[in-house]
Design a protein around this ligand. Structure first.
Ligand code: ATP
Length: 303
């Protein structure tokens, strides 16, 4: 396969064990060029091991990995300029400003300062580029880590929980930045435990557990196929669980704290039937989410 066509990343029956622990157990995934691909799963699911094999940092026991048509392991130096990696432990030149840090990273790739400026601009740090790395906020730090992964204009970018440990505002801002990143046509492999973000950003996601792929598709398809449907949350005292269960179109009823939670695939029908028997004020409609699908697959209780 030529480096310029075919999928960005191809995993074929890849396995990796640490002693008795089968961290990755026969995973096959093909990630298209320009795709924003989410790797989801609980702690210990095998995400890091899988990413490290894609990056060429670990060698699979069996199966094959191809990145841009080449094998990443043993360490393939030709691939290094083509991939960008942001990790939880991204390191910075702390005595420098954000801009100076990026200029230094650019120089390591033999690139001029304009490359640093372009990366600053992409992550929205142009105006805060002169703040010292030691003084930047958590959100700016994550942006700088992403800018460091982008500075050499790689084709494939790995983002490892970039919104972890951010406050809600910084998380939202970074989410907007990631949406922008989606438009520049790079292949992005994105790990996160924030399933709302994965639902909003990812073209497709793979949900991993115990080293295997439990589901792989677009969030929309996974939600549609799950049959979880919509939940209607009805405040206490409107009707009994038995009455709710008998309403036209209701698939299931659960009592949660002070509320009744009705599950349905026919929201309008249930709302009409409910409206005929009870006050609809403050009844909340909650469409199924990727988080619902994830929790159902991973085994958490569902309403
Ligand atoms: N270097 C190692 N030596 C031994 N076992 C390991 C090693 N690295 C990972 N493991 C084990 O392999 C399994 C998969 O771990 P991995 O870190 O790949 O999962 P993960 O999905 O990235 O988890 P997290 O979300 O916590 O980062 C786990 O059971 C873990 O304990």
């Amino acid at each position: 396969m030529s480096p310029t066509d075919g999928p960005a990343i191809e995993l074929d029956a890849v396995s990796k064990s640490y002693g008795e622990v089968r961290a990755v157990d026969g995973i096959s995934i093909s990630i298209g060029r320009g795709e924003f691909f989410g790797l989801l799963g609980p702690n210990g699911a095998g995400k890091t091991t899988l990413i490290e094999m894609i990056e060429g940092l670990r060698i699979p026991d069996t199966g094959s990995v191809t990145v841009l048509g080449r094998s990443p392991a043993p360490r393939n130096l030709d691939l290094l300029p083509l991939i960008g990696v942001q990790t939880q432990r991204s390191a910075f030149f702390t005595r420098l400003t954000a801009r100076e840090h990026l200029v230094t990273v650019a120089a390591l790739y033999g690139l001029p300062a304009t490359a640093a400026e372009r990366a600053l601009q992409l992550v929205g740090l142009t105006d805060s580029g002169d703040i010292r790395v030691t003084n930047i906020s958590g959100g700016q730090r994550q942006r700088l880590a992403i800018a460091s992964a982008l500075v050499h204009d790689p084709q494939v970018i790995f983002l490892d929980e970039p919104t972890a440990a951010l406050d809600p505002q910084a998380r939202r801002d970074l989410g907007q930045m990631l949406r922008k990143l989606k438009t520049i046509g790079k292949t992005i492999v994105y790990t996160t435990h924030h399933l709302d973000e994965a639902q909003g950003l990812c073209d497709r996601v793979a949900i991993l557990s115990a080293g295997r792929v439990l589901a792989l598709d677009s969030p929309r398809e996974l939600i549609a196929r799950s049959g979880i449907g919509t939940r209607l949350v009805v405040p206490a005292g409107r009707l009994s669980p038995e009455q709710a269960g008998n309403l036209d179109g209701v698939d299931g009823v659960a009592v949660e704290d002070d509320t009744l939670v009705l599950r349905t695939s026919h929201t309008a029908r249930v709302l009409a039937a409910l409206g005929a028997e009870a006050d609809l004020d403050d009844v909340e409609t909650r469409p199924a989410t990727l988080e619902d699908v994830y929790l159902e697959l991973i085994g958490a209780p569902q309403a």
